[in-house]
Each structure stands twice: as structure tokens, then as C-alpha cells.
Design a protein around this ligand. Sequence first.
Ligand SMILES: Cc1cc2nc3c(=O)[nH]c(=O)nc-3n(C[C@H](O)[C@H](O)[C@H](O)COP(=O)(O)OP(=O)(O)OC[C@H]3O[C@@H](n4cnc5c(N)ncnc54)[C@H](O)[C@@H]3O)c2cc1C
Length: 349
Amino acid sequence: MKVDYLIVGQGLAGSLLSWQLLSRGKRVLVVDRDEEGTSSKVAAGLVTPIAGSRFNIPDGMERNLNFAKKFYWDLEESSGLTLFHHVRIARLFQNEKEVATWQKRIAESPERYKEFYEKLTIDSSQFHLPHGGFEMCQSGWLDLPAFLEQMRQILLERAAYAIGVVRPADIVTHENSVQWKNVEAGTIVFCQGWEGCQNEYFDWLPWNPARGDVLDIKMKNPSNESRIVNRGGWILPRGENVFRAGSTYDHDFANASPTETGKEEVLEKIARITGEEPEVISHRSAIRPSIRRSQIIMGRHPKHRSIAFFNGLGSKGVLNGPWHAHCLADHLLSNKPIPESADLQSNFV
Ligand SMILES: Cc1cc2nc3c(=O)[nH]c(=O)nc-3n(C[C@H](O)[C@H](O)[C@H](O)COP(=O)(O)OP(=O)(O)OC[C@H]3O[C@@H](n4cnc5c(N)ncnc54)[C@H](O)[C@@H]3O)c2cc1C
């Protein structure tokens, strides 16, 4: 079998890249291990334009957000599915320091911030807001399992998907192609998530993966809150008083399995948002693929030009992934430069 691109992994990264390549007329084969508990299958899929307790709007955020929303909308239109949920975030301040940081940010760049927030009103008998907060706009969440399944169907219809494990040791590299079993590919692109840190072609990158826990919880008192509520941790309404809640960042993990400590940490975060003592329905965890300070990294291998890489989607893959996949496809097909911050060559070679 001959393809232009062999893609290893059908998480968010492999799905986005394979779509970009297919839509440019390339022959693609995506090989995935088809397992539960991957980062893309566990993630809440939140899109948060104003990030963290420093309330940054990172460079390029607006461009990435517009690109991502259009990409998910187009997919929804062609599939008839609802994949991206436009939900605002009630962002409650944790302390006075956060209040001061927020006020400084909006005073420094009022024009940039104004389209991303509004005044917050929220039921103070249900949520803790001793320091107030704001309502974040243009946020939401992607139903990642539904998205992955839809992408898998698209690949299957094009005979571009297979279940399997691609071991780097099984690849034979030639000058302008690679061979894996009976597949000859012009380029192999590793989109393996955190396991990329065990791949001998890319294990030298400054990997910084983080295990994270997510709970599904049921509130005891009825809540009609329809927004995501964030105060350090977050809760996301899923209907009928069930919320998804998270998350943790554990860089010192033994494996991807859920831990009691992780569960307790999420419960503590929930307690800072609401006085409710929820019933825990389920607990899942997975490992985020992070490189250095959560930086998307992509491009061809410095020595083996028919081996490439797309990884490091970190905790903002849903927002930043689509635009980067588009840029990587441009690079692979037409040698267009990769954006500096994500370029494997200029950052690490
Ligand atoms: C708890 C948690 C919460 C998160 N919350 C958010 C959030 O709210 N918003 C957000 O944007 N992001 C969030 N993320 C991060 C998000 O999950 C990632 O950015 C993104 O999903 C990573 O996608 P990926 O394709 O790089 O990796 P993965 O999802 O790990 O996919 C890699 C795929 O490659 C396959 N694979 C690996 N090795 C091989 C091999 N040798 N052969 C064949 N197949 C292989 C795996 O089976 C898997 O299917 C969260 C992550 C976690 C863990």
C-alpha cells in the first residue's frame, strides 16, 4: 500500500492533521491503537480565551480561536452533529491578588479585553464569590469523544484508518520515503500524544507531560447554572444536575491511572466553587502531552526528513490545534515556514 502520509495516532492532533492533508487531496493512512483513557478522550475540551490566574490573552489567541471555531462549525454543518458547545464561563476570583491582576490587565489593554468579558451575575447562595468575578465570553467546550468518532468515520469512509501500533523500531527510512510493514509512505507523522517522549526519534525534546484527573459529579441540590464555573478548578454542566469537574496537573506520575490524591484534589477545587458536597459518579485520568512550557511543537525530524512530528498540544489543544495543523500541512506540502514558536528546528536544533 502506498500513501503520501502515514499518521501515527488519532487523538486530537492526528485527527486535525489528517483532515488538513485529506482536504488537500493527499493519500493518508491514520494508524491508532484505539484505546480508552487517552488525553483526547478524557479531556473536558474547554476553550478558555483568558487563561489562568494571570488572565493572559496569549499572542495569536484571536487568530487561533477564529480558526478553531470555523473548523468545528464546518464539521458540524457537514455532519449534522453538535460538537462545539458555546458556553460562557463564570470566572470567580480566588483572592484579592487575582482581582488586582485582572483590573491591571483590563486597564492596560481595554480594547483587546473588551470582547472577551462582561459583568457577572451569579447565584451567591450557590457559589462562593467573596472577591467577585467576571463572565468570560467566546468560550465553550468541544465534545472530544464525539469529535474523534466523527473524524474516525470520515477516515473510514476514505479507507484511511487502521487499528494498530506503529513502533519506531519497525520503520525503515529511505531518502524520500519510509516503510512500515506493507505501507510505503512519503512521510510518517508521529501524533502520539505524551508517548512521543518514548519515541527514539523525538525523546530528546524537553517533555513535560502532566497527568490530570476529571470527575463526573452529581449535585444534591438542583442547580440551573448553564455556564462553566471556574475558581481555580472548574465545573461544567452536563444536564440533570450532573457536572464534569477538574482538573489536576501531576508531573510526577507512575502511570495514567486515576489516583485517590487526584480525586481529593478535584473535590477540594469543587469545594472552593460551591458549598455542595457532590456524589462522585465517575473518575478518569490521562496524561497531557506537554513540551517545555506547554508549547505546540511540529515539523520534520532534523536528520530524517521523511519523519515528522505534531505534538505538545498541552491543555489548550482544542483552541490552538486547528490553526497549527493547518500550518503544518502547509509546511509539509509546500515547505512554508512553521510559525517560530512551534518550529521544532528553530526551537531545538
Ligand atoms: C485531564 C485532562 C484535561 C484536559 N482538559 C483540556 C481542556 O479543557 N481543553 C483542551 O484544549 N485540552 C485539554 N486537555 C489536553 C488535550 O487532551 C490535549 O491537548 C489533546 O487532546 C492531545 O491530543 P493528542 O492527539 O496530541 O494526544 P492523545 O489524545 O494522547 O492521542 C494520541 C493517540 O495516539 C495513539 N498512539 C500512541 N502511540 C501509538 C503508537 N505507537 N501506535 C499507534 N497509536 C499510538 C494513542 O492511542 C492516542 O489515540 C486535557 C487533558 C487532560 C489529560
